[in-house]
Write a protein that binds this ligand. Structure first.
Ligand SMILES: [Fe+2]
Length: 325
């Protein structure tokens, strides 16, 4: 039972975080260059000042610096503002995809949350608290505002969620929870479709702009793919994500070997080693990504060799019961 519950935790935090990814991607697609540009009115009228006595004007003039420090911070950059047409009428393929994809990810989080609630074996207050902290903390995927980086990231991450849900389904089945196995199997098949879509987008980018795409691929892999929930917090454990990851690794839900396998899969899927006509920089990037999977595996084997006895720590979601890392 504890294995099932622990696996489910991992899946739930991945799924909740997918919502944030979709938000990020929709921003990527919409954003124009200058998100941080301060708000400036489009039209400046001739000011009528004679109705205000000069000393009053001085008061407002003297407050100008203060207002800059204290008031302008409450403005939201125009490009980040919600726009009415986003509710329904934007019908580019990107907008249609992003909305429907987000809706699918939302169903995953809802379903797993309901499973946890109905199973009655977890502390829902702690789970909800963690989700609140998770979404409130945001994330830093290091995709900047580049759709190239964003789509390489999602290709990797969707395959990672496909693998982790599939592994959870297998463990749940082995441990006799057929309902959870069915839930995770269904989610895994959605994730597989998402992976297909994102890898197709990057395949197309490789076709149109091989140099730019291989540079982005190398850039993203140098930064490493962090899971969207890496800033998660439950109000008490400052290393909560590392602790969940360690348990996921030990249970075989998602491991360092999976990371190398995904990378190798993508290199093959996009035929990166066959790219020709690249710039000098592009060739270096190509060499780097093609050589990376065996390097990660060697590092992983060395780390395994050094692995010592691991501690058990309390997890708030299961009433502070100790789980071995
Ligand atoms: Fe997904």
């Amino acid at each position: 039972m504890s294995n099932i519950v622990t696996c489910t935790f991992f899946i739930v935090f991945l799924s909740s975080a997918n919502l944030s990814i979709s938000h990020q991607i929709s921003l990527l697609l919409r954003e124009v260059e200058n998100l941080k540009k301060p708000y400036t009115p489009r039209e400046v009228h001739v000011q009528v000042t004679h109705s205000m006595p000069p000393q009053k004007i001085e008061i407002f003039k003297s407050m100008d610096d203060w207002a800059e420090q204290n008031i302008l911070v409450h403005l939201k950059p125009v490009e980040r503002c919600w726009q009415p047409q986003e509710a329904s009428s934007c019908s580019t393929s990107w907008a249609v995809w992003t909305r429907a994809w987000t809706a699918e990810e939302n169903r995953h989080g809802d379903l797993l949350n309901k499973y946890l609630y109905l199973c009655g074996r977890v502390d829902m207050r702690q789970i909800e608290k963690t989700i609140q902290y998770l979404i409130g903390s945001g994330m830093d995927l290091r995709t900047e505002n580049s759709p190239y980086l964003g789509f390489i990231y999602t290709s990797f991450q969707e395959r990672a969620t496909f693998i982790s849900h599939e592994n959870t389904a297998r463990l749940a089945k082995e441990l006799g929870d057929l309902k959870l196995a069915q839930i995770c199997g269904t989610i895994a098949s959605d994730e597989k479709r998402h992976e297909t879509a994102y890898t197709k987008i990057v395949e197309k980018l490789f076709e149109i702009d091989p140099d730019g795409t291989v540079l982005a691929f190398a850039d993203m892999m140098r930064k490493k793919i962090s899971m969207p929930a890496h800033l998660m917090f439950n109000g008490q454990d400052d290393h909560l994500f590392e602790h969940f990851s360690a348990v996921a690794q030990r249970l075989g839900v998602y491991t360092a070997r999976d990371y190398a396998d995904i990378l190798e899969f993508l290199v093959g899927r996009w035929k990166v080693s066959d790219l020709t006509g690249l710039s000098g920089e592009g060739r270096k990037a190509q060499e780097y990504v093609c050589g990376l999977p065996p390097r990660i595996r060697r590092l992983e084997e060395r780390a395994q060799g050094r692995a010592k006895e691991v501690p058990a720590i309390p997890f708030s979601w299961i009433f502070d019961r100790q789980v071995k890392l």
